[in-house]
Design a protein around this ligand. Structure first.
Ligand code: KG4
Ligand code: ZN
Length: 398
């Protein structure tokens, strides 16, 4: 334990609501996954069911909002019932129902919210609205608690990095509640979006992250040099402290353009078309299939792209952690599944004596266990939603 600002992660004691069974049903439908989970006291997942629409959207190379809403409608009742059955609990045993209220696709969010509201009303349980980004952070914290590891000290620096978000937060628990301060975000594309766009450009599958992750190890990451410039942010001056002014923002649209330029100047277009068509002809293409269709220069480009993106995420995250005196780093969101990112963050954390934590691969991508976990401190603090709760597609955290 360090100085005054260090608080252990603990949800017991001195709070407004001790709960009955401690069971919360979480529901998530913000993007292309319909998910439900039952979690006890914010730490123990009794079930965690996810219906992914990935294959549906893969045909379009990205998430199609109308299709996403329709699939959520089709899946939500089945998924919630499955989560309850696997947990072996009845609705009457729940302490609360929690649902993602934003950010995300408006129509997709509304399916989960409308269902959760009706359910909570029907079974007479409180309803809790959860920010999806806060959920990603709690995915790490709940697993750390479940493993009963040495608790991480506060404040924490949280990197939430997915297909829709690249955010840095300074996070700490104050009594029952968690407080977040955004200290960095992307000014254009999200990191996962860059993985998806570059993979598409190179004739690989969707989502792009796992393809690039799988192929990068076969190339030379030093072959192509990519530069990240300093991001100018509109920080207002005037009596504000360093903490309020310091920013660790990201930009990933430049590297995507640089990859495109490299493809053009190196005359790689034709080989990409051949690869795209060959992979389209394979029923369930694997990374090995794709590797067989990539020459050395393409593998080098993929390795260099991934190395540069991971290097940038690492510099900004550790830079922010140092600037704000964070005592540990938690990384979550779909891109947190990346092998190189995990290796390099852990190595850098070790070098600096700063603990770094990730969720398991299953909890890195969108799920509802993280929503139920983030709802637990809100339940204890009696922070319930009313019947007017709506979707907040642009919802911010901190
Ligand atoms: O958190 P998530 O499931 O959904 C969003 O909220 O966006 O993240 C999906 C994103 C996609 O952009 C996908 O390409 C990326 O996470 N991703 C990865 C890996 N696995 C998924 N990016 C890099 N390496 C991976 N192994
Ligand atoms: Zn997400």
């Amino acid at each position: 334990m360090g100085g005054k600002s260090c608080v252990r992660i603990s949800y017991d004691g001195g709070m407004g609501n001790e709960g009955g069974t401690g069971l919360i049903l979480g529901i998530e439908s913000s993007c292309d996954e319909t998910a439900a989970a039952v979690v006890r006291r914010g730490g123990e997942a009794l079930s965690n069911v996810v219906a992914s629409q990935m294959e549906l959207h893969a045909n379009y190379g990205g998430v199609v909002p109308e299709l996403a809403s329709r699939e959520h409608l089709r899946n939500i009742v089945v998924i919630v019932r499955e989560a309850m059955a696997r947990a072996g609990v009845s609705f009457a045993e729940l302490d609360a129902v929690a649902v993602t209220e934003g950010p995300g696709l408006a129509g997709a969010l509304l399916v989960g919210i409308t269902y959760a509201k009706a359910l909570a009303y029907g079974v007479g349980k409180p309803l809790i609205g959860v920010n999806h980004l806060e959920g990603h952070i709690h995915a790490v914290l709940m697993e750390a608690r479940a493993r009963a590891e040495e608790a991480m000290e506060m404040p924490l620096l949280a990197l939430v990095v997915s297909g829709g978000h690249t955010h840095l937060y300074l996070a700490k628990q104050v009594d029952a509640s968690w407080r977040y301060q955004n200290v960095g975000k992307t000014v254009d594309d999200a990191a996962g979006e860059a993985f998806d766009k570059v993979a598409k450009l190179l004739g690989l599958g969707y989502p792009g992250g796992p393809w690039i992750d799988g192929l990068a190890g076969l190339g030379n990451p030093k072959a192509v040099e990519f530069k990240f410039g300093q991001i100018k942010t509109r920080a207002e001056k005037g009596g504000r402290s360093f903490e309020e002014l310091a920013r660790f923002d990201f930009s990933f649209s430049g590297i995507k353009t640089a990859v495109l330029r490299y493809v053009e100047t190196q005359g790689m277009r034709e080989a990409i078309s051949v690869r795209r068509e060959a992979l389209a002809g394979v029923a369930k293409p694997t990374v090995a299939d794709a590797a067989g269709l990539c020459d050395g220069r393409t593998l080098d480009l993929i390795a260099s792209f991934q190395g540069a993106v991971v290097g940038n995420l690492l510099r900004q995250a550790f830079g922010a952690a140092e600037a704000f005196g964070a005592r540990g780093i938690v990384v979550s969101g779909g891109v947190a599944a990346n092998g190189e990112l995990r290796r390099r963050f852990l190595a850098e954390g070790e070098r600096r004596g700063l603990p770094v934590a990730f969720p398991s691969l299953a909890l890195s991508t969108d799920n509802a266990a993280m929503i139920a976990a983030a709802a637990w401190p809100r339940f204890l603090a009696v922070e319930f939603a009313d019947e007017g709760m709506g979707a907040l597609p642009q919802m911010r955290l901190g």
